[in-house]
Design a protein around this ligand. Structure first.
Ligand code: ADP
Ligand code: MG
Length: 249
């Protein structure tokens, strides 16, 4: 099989917050269509890692390439940063919907503003995406009128409206009541099945096992181990991975 080009490539990325060395020589490549789940204890650097991938955090050494756009250390990325932000969708733990906009307007805003779509085109796409996450009937409501699970599905539709090449998820179900976790994971599972490239930080180990092509374990800013989910969960090689898994599984 011909080698495919990775869509994401991190090469010896180092990130400090003052004295704190948060990412240590991170080397990571992600292939188009791959679903990569990142696991690790709180404070290990998972959020920082994925925030670096779409330029929400600066880093001090190494480089990051996303779909041919190169991010450079210390914020010297220039136009690549804007291109990456329009190509990479992100879903956060705290939905981050615009509270003063209806569901429909949340989804149409960026395609109209950033991509220059007409309102008619943006609206048509928005309804298609809202239907896909089973929430089109809520299009005229405001975020505060929706449950957490519904808000997170709107956030997913909003990200997809920009036709991203890559989707990043930072603990998308951690702020949800238990009964709403399933509906969000279902929508993500569907997206994975359709071939979307996804990097997902989650504590939902069952979901990770089922959906991930690869699980990456990060501890104190280092990638300690990465493998196919069954391998990583059933026979972790490193003591640090074993210790983490024994606490969460
Ligand atoms: P995780 O997502 O795995 O819980 P984070 O990436 O959020 O970890 O944080 C990694 C480390 O960086 C933690 O020690 C955290 O306290 C620290 N950190 C995160 N964001 C900042 C910030 N903006 N300023 C200073 N320290 C930060
Ligand atoms: Mg985090």
């Amino acid at each position: 099989m011909a080698d495919t080009q990775p869509i994401v490539r991190l090469d010896r990325v180092n990130k400090h917050f003052g004295q704190l060395h948060v990412l240590k020589d991170i080397v990571l490549e992600i292939q188009p269509g791959e679903v990569v789940v990142v696991i690790g204890a709180s404070g290990s650097g998972k959020s920082t890692l994925i925030r670096c991938i779409n330029g929400l955090e600066e880093f001090q050494a190494g480089h990051i390439e996303v779909d041919g756009n190169e991010l450079l250390p210390n914020g010297k990325s220039g136009r690549a940063l804007q291109r990456i932000r329009t190509e990479v969708g992100m879903v956060f733990q705290q939905f981050n919907l615009f509270p003063h906009l209806s569901v429909l307007d949340n989804v149409t805003l960026a395609p109209m503003k950033v991509r220059g779509w007409s309102r008619a085109d943006a609206t048509e796409t928005a309804y298609r995406l809202l239907e896909r996450v089973s929430i089109a009937d809520q299009a005229d409501k405001y975020p505060s009128q929706l449950s957490g699970g519904q808000q997170q599905r709107v956030a997913l539709a909003r990200a997809l409206a920009m036709e991203p090449r890559l989707m990043l998820f930072d603990e998308p179900t951690s702020a949800l009541d238990p009964e709403m976790i399933g509906e969000v994971l279902d929508a993500m599972r569907e997206l994975a099945r359709e071939g979307m490239t996804m990097v997902i930080v989650t504590h939902e180990m069952g979901f990770a096992r089922e959906v991930a092509d690869r699980v990456v374990f990060i501890d104190r800013g280092e990638i300690v181990e990465q493998a196919a989910p069954d391998t990583l969960f059933d026979s972790p090689r490193h003591e640090r991975t074993q210790s983490f898994l024994s606490r969460v599984l």
